[in-house]
Unconditional design. Structure first.
Length: 302
């Protein structure tokens, strides 16, 4: 029996990299793949997609073919695209064209923190704005630096690329972000592959999707994947009163609220979060985005 990492789906067959020998093989699932260790799995979802990119599987060689016989327990799972066992995410936004959407940023952070995934924030296209514009945006983003690694890159000069490369070793890393922020350009800079890139539409400042499916690529002693469809994820499967739990800036002081951890930080009396927002200790956009996401989630779940 051997162990391998699933890196690509070939429809009913899977490309696997053996964990000990690092050789690549193609295997197919055997039977129902017994002992499928996934909590809360439904029969329907097991039938449609029992094996996902990032799975650690056990396989054997019989009858001149490789067969997957078991899937090991997953530590996390991204619904769209279907990637599991993620160690970290390079969450990518551009400083311009398109400008940073802070609502989208905060929503992505909630989704990823819920999965207990390390987040590295990367902001591209530094070369397309002047120093004054950069300093203004950097001041806005300095609030996030208290809880996340924040990196600014210039695709032409490739500054800070070496730091990102160092973070990839021995990890499964995915790249995520809205369309047109330079994910494919960064991917090309990190790998020897040449993923097709698309220019930005001047009219809409939105790029065309250049990635259609996910797979893991061996990259700097780790594995790297782009994530088409990630920007379509929602927080609708979260209860409204759970959203606050994925704000590290709230969690550090929420126990000081009059209602403690039961406080929703919306209109409750003696709320420490509201108090800090009014004092400017929590940025305006961060708190207003929280109210927006709570209201949106409440409307979607009613």
């Amino acid at each position: 029996m051997y162990k391998g990492l699933v890196v690509k789906n070939l429809i009913n067959k899977y490309v696997i990299i053996d964990l000990s020998q690092k050789k690549t093989i193609i295997a197919q699932p055997k039977g129902k793949i017994k002992d499928f260790n996934k909590k809360n799995i439904t029969t329907k979802s097991l039938y449609h997609c029992p094996i996902k990119i990032g799975d650690i599987v056990e396989y054997e060689f019989k009858y001149n073919n490789f067969f997957i016989i078991n899937i090991q327990t997953r530590k996390n799972e991204l619904e769209r695209p279907h990637i599991v066992n993620i160690d970290q995410v390079l969450l990518i936004f551009s400083l311009t064209e398109p400008k940073i959407d802070f609502k989208l940023l905060d929503k992505f952070l909630i989704i990823l923190q819920r999965l207990n995934i390390k987040i590295i924030l990367i902001f591209t296209k530094k070369d397309l704005i002047n120093q004054e514009q950069f300093q203004y945006i950097k001041n806005q983003l300095s609030y996030y630096e208290k809880w996340y690694s924040v990196i600014y890159i210039n695709a032409k000069q490739k500054n800070n690329i070496n730091y990102i490369i160092e973070q990839l070793k021995n990890k499964i890393t995915i790249m995520a972000g809205q369309t047109g922020v330079g994910k494919s350009t960064l991917f090309n800079n990190l790998t020897s592959l040449k993923v097709k890139t698309q220019p930005i539409s001047i009219r809409s400042f939105k790029g065309k999707h250049t990635t259609t499916s996910s797979q893991l690529y061996m990259c700097h002693q780790g594995y790297l994947a782009d994530t088409p469809g990630f920007s379509k994820l929602t927080i609708s499967n979260l209860k409204t009163n759970e959203i606050k739990n994925f704000y590290p800036d709230f969690n550090s002081i929420s126990e000081q609220c009059f209602f403690g951890n039961n406080c929703l930080h919306i209109e409750e009396k003696k709320c420490k979060i509201i108090e800090n927002y009014q004092k400017g200790l929590i940025t305006k956009s961060r708190y207003l985005n929280y109210l927006f996401l709570v209201k949106q989630n409440k409307n979607n779940t009613n």
